[in-house]
Design a protein around this ligand. Structure first.
Ligand SMILES: C[S@@+](CC[C@H](N)C(=O)[O-])C[C@H]1O[C@@H](n2cnc3c(N)ncnc32)[C@H](O)[C@@H]1O
Length: 318
């Protein structure tokens, strides 16, 4: 399977996203230019030579699983795309045990959002697209994920090679490269992105602009304790992560969303990330959460900040 969007563009014809057909090819090519990553040619080579087995059965609702004939050396082929961060996936008998149990996040989000049946969805910062597949499993009409990481795009196409669901696409774009699409999406998700953005309210504003009237925003982010107005601005790294700009207190996050004109803003889940949910595995052998926490006090990051805690906030665009 090549990285090929030619089956994507017809899905946009005669829809409000039709102008994207002219704009996207250049932006996609830019997102996947060879200079983006030294290993990109090797990853593309792998994709071009992935076997495409015959009949398979696909499950996306309860997990992301495709069953079918055994594929020779599949585990080694997929391992070329290490590190696998979001998942897990079951592909023709290979269990991709990713760094994150992204299915746990989905179980915390799904009960609180509008049913996805028939909806057009945008998932901003979708990684390799794990939640995009799960949303197709819930009956979404079209799921578009965007993520600037070329590795995650290659992982997505490796999975698409086997899953072959025409409703799910992941584009190699950051939100700043996404063409405008005012009022188009029924559901917009931004999970794990807000604290990487220099201006959180500009990010929320942009997300809101993409929603149709009555559409739903699902925002998941790191949060800290504190009153309205407070946000942690880490000096240097946070949990060894670069580019963490601001981690809001929950009342601050709610206020930002209301200021952007969103309504019915509600926090539906707050969970401290555990070392069972984010950990090193054979599919992601680098450091993970246990290495990012203070070894003598798991309530603190190695830099002395509060340990990662994440909130899911849901709101409506009216
Ligand atoms: C913490 S991960 C979250 C992945 C997924 N949404 C989830 O919740 O499991 C953040 C993702 O945002 C992506 N990202 C970083 N900057 C971005 C930007 N400007 N626009 C869109 N995505 C971005 C990263 O490549 C990464 O895959």
């Amino acid at each position: 399977m090549e990285i090929d969007y030619s089956d994507f563009y017809p899905l946009l014809e005669a829809t409000p996203l039709e102008p994207w057909i002219a704009l996207l090819p250049e932006r996609i090519a830019h997102g996947l230019r060879t200079e983006r990553h030294g290993l990109l040619p090797q990853w593309k080579e792998l994709l071009a030579h992935l076997p495409t087995p015959g009949h398979a059965s696909v499950e996306l609702r309860s997990e992301v699983r495709v069953d079918g004939p055994e594929v020779a050396a599949l585990k080694d082929l997929l391992m070329t795309l290490h590190p696998w961060r979001k998942g897990p996936y079951e592909v023709h008998g290979v269990h991709i045990d990713t760094e994150w149990r992204s299915d746990w996040k989905w179980e915390r989000v799904l009960p609180h959002i509008r049913p996805l049946e028939g909806r057009t969805v945008l998932d901003v910062g979708c990684g390799n697209g794990y939640h995009c597949w799960r949303m197709a499993g819930e009956g979404a009409r079209l799921v578009i994920g965007i993520d600037p990481s070329p590795l995650f795009i290659c992982q997505f196409f490796a999975l698409k090679n086997f899953i072959r669901d025409p409703r799910v696409w992941v584009l190699p774009l950051g939100i700043e490269e996404l063409p405008d699409a005012p009022g188009v999406f029924d559901t917009v998700l931004s999970m794990g992105v807000l604290y990487h953005r220099q201006s959180p309210t500009e990010h929320i504003d942009r997300l809101k602009s993409l929603l149709c009237p009555g559409g739903e925003l699902v925002l998941e982010t790191l949060v800290v304790d504190g009153p309205e107005g407070y946000a942690l601005i880490p000096e240097g790294r946070y949990a060894k992560m670069r580019n963490v700009h601001a981690i809001p207190a929950i009342p601050t996050l709610e206020a930002w969303m209301r200021q952007c004109g969103l309504e019915n803003v509600r926090v539906v889940d707050v969970t401290t990330t555990s070392t069972a949910e984010q950990r090193s595995t054979s599919w992601m052998t680098y450091e993970s959460l246990a290495d990012f926490l203070d070894p003598t006090d798991a309530t603190r990051t190695i830099e002395g900040y509060p340990a990662p805690r994440r909130a899911v906030v849901v709101a409506e665009c009216v």
